[in-house]
Design a protein around this ligand. Structure first.
Ligand code: ADP
Ligand code: MG
Length: 287
């Protein structure tokens, strides 16, 4: 993972590789780093089950680095299960079992020695229902930063302001940073959770129907924020909203009853699907 951490750091906006004429072009840069892989996540014949129920059936798919990938499909098709597998959220679920593999930056997430805390720092997650921690708004934002000892205590206030500003929430909460997050609206709570997720500088952000319980204005804000996250952060978003998948993603994966139906560029899936099931799903004929 170290080489790829290096890649991420070097391609972050704070290091402008193209501004300096002495520095390599993007192409030279990629060539000089042979381990740089186009796919940040790869599943290889991944099957997941809970006790005797098979939920994902031999899924082989790649999530390209630096883009937004939408995961769509009818209720119960396994979208959340696939997403949660990416940061090993099922580890403690009774009866969980898997076959096949998930590679993150070329390394199996199930390999011995993989540190779960590090994996979850690199692979952040936002759920359908916002889940602020029972602590102040400010402490919520820096909770991960503290846990991973990413900054000194005296930097916490500035970090909280930076990330609340990034998600457009700072003005609304600046007078109650010490107050409870549960006094915020659902949409504001979700933005707070997004600020918390971003504060630890993840390389991947998993969004599980992040706007399905939100008002249109917050939905729009989150959709436009997603655009600003790439390419530094790779985003995978589960959505029931086909319009949202079209708007925010460049690639789409369609699941049905635990199987991969089709995946490819979003425009291809929606405008020229190669599978009849896809054609029916994207035209809203079953949900
Ligand atoms: P989706 O997000 O596409 O609606 P899920 O991934 O949540 O689908 O669920 C897919 C299937 O897996 C469902 O039939 C669900 O009941 C089952 N499932 C999910 N999590 C568990 C679990 N922890 N134990 C047993 N079955 C589960
Ligand atoms: Mg789900």
């Amino acid at each position: 993972m170290n080489e790829n951490e290096h890649v991420t750091a070097a391609s972050s906006p704070t290091v402008n590789v193209t501004a300096d004429p002495q520095s390599p072009s993007a192409e030279e840069f990629a060539i000089s780093l042979p381990l740089f892989s186009e796919a940040i996540i790869e599943t290889r014949s991944l099957s997941v089950g809970f006790s005797s129920t098979l939920v994902l059936d031999a899924i082989t798919v790649e999530i390209p680095r630096g883009g937004v990938t939408a995961l769509i499909g009818p209720t119960g098709s396994g979208k959340s299960t696939l997403l949660r597998t990416f940061n090993r959220m099922h580890d403690r679920v009774a009866g969980f079992q898997h076959e096949g593999d998930v590679l993150m930056d070329g390394t199996s997430i199930f390999a011995p020695g993989v540190d779960l805390l590090t994996l979850r720092k690199n692979v952040g997650m936002l759920f359908q229902r916002p889940n602020p921690f029972p602590m102040s708004i400010r402490d919520n934002v820096v909770a991960g930063v503290k846990a991973h000892r990413m900054a000194k205590k005296k930097q916490f206030d500035a970090l909280a302001e930076e990330h609340l500003t990034r998600v457009g929430l700072f003005d609304a909460v600046k007078d109650r940073l010490s107050g409870s997050p549960f006094s915020l609206s659902g949409g504001q709570q979700q933005l707070l959770c997004l600020a918390r997720a971003l504060a630890v500088a993840p390389t991947v952000l998993l969004l599980d129907e992040p706007t399905s319980s939100l008002d249109p204005a917050t939905t729009e804000r989150i959709e436009s924020l997603i655009e600003t996250l790439v390419p530094e952060i790779t985003v995978v978003i589960v959505t029931h909203n086909l319009g949202q998948a079209r708007r925010v993603s460049s690639r789409t994966i369609l699941l049905q009853t635990g199987s991969l139906v089709e995946e490819g560029p979003t425009s291809a899936l929606f405008d020229a699907p190669s599978n009849e099931v896809t054609a029916r799903y994207v035209s809203g004929q079953f949900a």
